[in-house]
Design a protein around this ligand. Structure first.
Ligand code: PAF
Length: 282
């Protein structure tokens, strides 16, 4: 179908679904689907009357143009994987013009520490770009349920805040991270790892578990140092950050108050590929 009809087609189908009181589920993605995405789509399929998967590589969330150009694309395969779950699942794969018009514009939000800490320190405006596209998708699809993976925990908290700031009527479903056998969190970016880097990347999740196991002891600083040394010893691996942050404000914490809830966040650079993960600590 010509791309400029796609959005009109969605609007018509969504109006019909609302008229028929169907529950609408939305799974926003940037494609290059893996088992993590498929688990979200399966959950959406089990919980809604109609399911839409959007596939759109959103330019406004990339602060590095090479990263945007090189982002993995495989629309044909994505469509096959989705249709294997059910032929009834709808796919929306617009082009940039259809979403943004001539001039992709980012909407500037103020998400405070949720935006500026952790990934925010390394990816300027990334989360405003994510919020810009998610806001557009939620207003187009008017879903009852929207689904995201917990691997991008900071992103889920941004979307939670967006929903509350814009008073959007939708249930936010945050679903467990899906992992390789060795613990590596699934990500479209894993496609860029060599076999040996993929094998070595077990160290990322193992480090999070090590930090969790030491969370109630006083030697957190030495545990962090040990983790950094172990990661940096691996060929092409460099620890970008390993932080403990408050689970709701994402403020980085050095002092721990047992009454609060904390998560550990890690980013490891393997050559130019940034791999992130996180874990609940208490
Ligand atoms: O997590 C992603 O794939 C993207 O950030 C999202 C939520 C689809 C917005 O472009």
């Amino acid at each position: 179908m010509p791309t400029y009809f796609k959005k009109i087609n969605v609007e018509n189908k969504i109006s019909q679904s609302i008229f028929k009181k169907q529950r609408i589920g939305l799974v926003p993605t940037m494609g290059a689907l893996h088992r993590g995405h498929l688990s979200l789509i399966e959950k959406a399929f089990n919980e809604n009357d109609v399911v839409w998967v959007s596939i759109f590589i959103n330019p406004t969330q990339f602060n590095n143009s090479n990263d945007l150009i090189n982002y993995p694309k495989n629309l044909k395969n994505d469509e096959l994987l989705i249709k294997k779950i059910s032929k009834s699942i709808e796919i929306f794969s617009p082009n940039e013009f259809e979403i943004y018009g001539e001039n992709p514009k980012i909407k500037k939000y103020d998400f405070k520490t949720i935006e500026n800490e952790l990934e925010g320190r390394f990816r300027k405006n990334h989360f405003s770009g994510v919020a810009t596209i998610v806001s557009k998708l939620l207003s187009l699809f008017k879903p009852n349920n929207v689904y995201f993976g917990e691997k991008d925990y900071q992103q889920t908290q941004i979307i939670k805040k967006l929903i509350s700031l814009e008073k959007i009527n939708v249930n936010l479903n945050i679903c467990p991270t899906v992992r390789e056998k060795n613990g590596l969190a699934l990500s479209s970016r894993n496609n860029f790892l060599s076999n040996s880097e993929r094998n070595d990347s077990y160290i990322i999740y193992k480090s999070l578990i090590q930090l969790k196991n030491n969370f109630n002891t006083s030697n957190l600083i030495s545990t962090k140092k040990e983790i950094k040394n172990n990661i940096n010893k691996k060929k092409n691996f460099q620890l970008e950050y390993l932080e403990i942050a408050d689970a709701s404000t994402l403020k980085i914490q050095s002092e721990i108050n047992p009454k609060n809830t904390y998560r550990a966040f890690i980013c490891v650079r393997v050559n130019d590929i940034r791999l992130i993960d996180n874990i609940l600590l208490n």
